[in-house]
Design a protein around this ligand. Structure first.
Ligand code: NAI
Length: 331
C-alpha cells in the first residue's frame, strides 16, 4: 500500500524500512508534519502514517478523504490529535500502536525523577567545568516517600512497580481502577489524599477533555509543599503558567517533563540557532529545578522497533481486509 509518512525523522526511516522487509508497502517520507498546508502531499496515498504533533483535524481528514486516503496509522499511543468523529463520518479508519514497551516511557519517567531529585543536570554541567562543589545539590531518599501515579494503565503500572522497588509507598488515581495495580502492592487514593501526602506526582493518563489541565492552580495549591511533578504523558495535562507560579513560590519543588502543551512546532527540531518566542518555555528553562526533554520517552530501540512493526502490520491488515487489531473506536 502507498503510505505517506509525515514528521519522518532519520530513525523513523531506518526502523520503518527495516520493518517493511516483512511487508511490501511503498513508503514516502515527508519531514513536515501533517496539517492543512501539507495535507496535499498525501494525495493518492491510501494510508498516512503520523506522529504525536501531526494535526488530523476535521479539515485535514476531509482533504485526506478527497485525496483517496482511507487509513490513518498513528505510530504512537495517544490519539488526542485526531478528530475521531470526523474520521468515522468520512469512512477513514484510524489505528494506533496500543502496546509497545511501556518500559520505555516508565523508565524515562524514573530517569527524570532521579535527575530532578538528585540534581544530575546541574552536577553534569558543573563537573564539565571542573566545578566539584556540592552546594545546592541536596536531594532526598526515595525510599519511604509517597509516589502518586495518575493513570494506572500500562505505563503507570510499570512506573509504580519500579517505585515500589525503590521502597516507596505508591498510591494511584484512575477513572478505571485496575486490580493489577493493587495486586503489586500499591493502592488507590482520593485526590485529596494524593494532594496532601504525595512527595512525587507522576502523570500517566491520556489527554482528554476530562484530564485537560488536571494539574492547575487549584490542584497545585492542595499539593504537599515541595512535591516533585513528573509528566511524560501529554503537555495539556498541566497548566504551565500555574506550574511556573508554584515553582516560583516553592509550592512545587521541581518539575521534570518530556511533554509540553505548546510543543507542536518546537519539539523534534533543532532550534538551537533561533530565537524562541514562546515566553512560557523560556521562563520554564530558566528554573534550576526544571528539566525538560523533547518527547523522547518512547525512544528506545525496543519501543521503536515494535512501533514500526505494529504500524506496518496494521496497514497490511487493512489492505487485506482483515479485522484491525489496533483500530481506535470513536465510541
Ligand atoms: P493506558 O491506556 O494503558 O493507560 C492510561 C490510563 O489512564 C488508563 O488506566 C485510564 O483508565 C486512565 N485514565 C483515563 N482517563 C483518566 C482520568 N480522567 N483520570 C485518571 N486516569 C484516567 O495508556 P498508556 O500506554 O499507559 O499511556 C499513557 C499515556 O502516556 C498515553 O495516553 C500518552 O499520552 C503517553 N505516552 C507518552 C509517550 C512519550 O514518549 N512521552 C509515549 C507513549 C505514551
Amino acid at each position: 500500500m502507498e503510505i505517506a509518512v509525515f514528521s519522518a525523522k532519520p530513525y523513523d526511516r531506518e526502523y520503518l524500512d527495516a520493518a517493511n522487509a516483512a511487508h511490501t508497502h511503498r513508503l514516502k517520507y515527508y519531514e513536515v508534519p501533517l496539517d492543512d498546508e501539507t495535507v496535499s502531499l498525501a494525495a493518492a496515498h491510501g494510508a498516512v502514517c503520523i506522529f504525536v504533533n501531526d494535526h488530523a483535524n476535521a479539515a485535514v481528514l476531509e482533504a485526506l478523504a478527497k485525496g483517496g486516503t482511507k487509513l490513518v496509522a498513528l505510530r504512537c499511543t495517544g490519539f488526542n490529535n485526531v478528530d475521531l468523529n470526523a474520521a468515522r463520518a468520512l469512512g477513514i479508519k484510524v489505528v494506533r500502536v496500543v502496546d509497545y514497551s511501556p518500559n520505555s516511557v516508565a523508565e524515562h519517567a524514573v530517569a527524570l525523577l532521579m535527575a530532578i531529585n538528585r540534581k544530575i543536570h546541574r552536577a553534569y554541567n558543573r563537573t564539565r567545568d571542573f566545578n566539584f562543589s556540592l552546594d545546592g545539590l541536596m536531594g532526598f531518599d526515595l525510599c519511604g516517600k509517597t509516589v502518586a501515579v495518575i493513570g494506572t494503565g500500562k505505563i503507570g503500572r510499570v512506573f509504580a512497580k519500579i517505585m515500589l522497588g525503590f521502597g516507596c509507598d505508591v498510591i494511584g488515581y484512575d477513572k478505571f481502577p485496575s486490580p493489577e495495580f493493587e495486586a503489586m502492592g500499591a493502592r488507590y487514593a482520593e485526590p485529596g489524599e494524593i494532594g496532601s501526602s504525595a512527595d512525587i506526582i507522576s502523570l500517566h493518563c491520556p489527554l482528554t477533555p476530562d484530564t485537560y489541565h488536571i494539574i492547575d492552580a487549584h490542584t497545585l495549591s492542595r499539593a504537599k509543599r515541595g512535591a516533585l511533578l513528573i509528566n511524560t504523558s501529554r503537555g495539556g495535562l498541566i497548566d504551565t503558567e500555574a506550574v511556573i507560579d508554584a515553582l516560583r513560590s516553592g509550592q512545587l519543588g521541581g518539575l521534570a517533563i518530556d511533554v509540553y502543551e505548546q510543543e507542536a512546532g518546537l519539539f523534534f527540531r533543532d532550534l538551537s540557532g533561533t530565537i524562541i518566542t514562546d515566553d512560557v518555555l523560556q521562563r520554564l528553562v530558566t528554573f534550576p529545578n526544571v528539566i525538560l526533554t523533547g518527547h523522547q520517552a518512547f525512544l528506545t530501540r525496543e519501543a521503536v522497533t515494535t512501533i514500526c512493526e505494529t504500524t506496518l502490520q496494521s496497514v497490511t491488515e487493512f489492505e487485506s481486509g482483515a479485522p484491525l487489531t489496533n483500530e481506535i473506536d470513536a465510541g
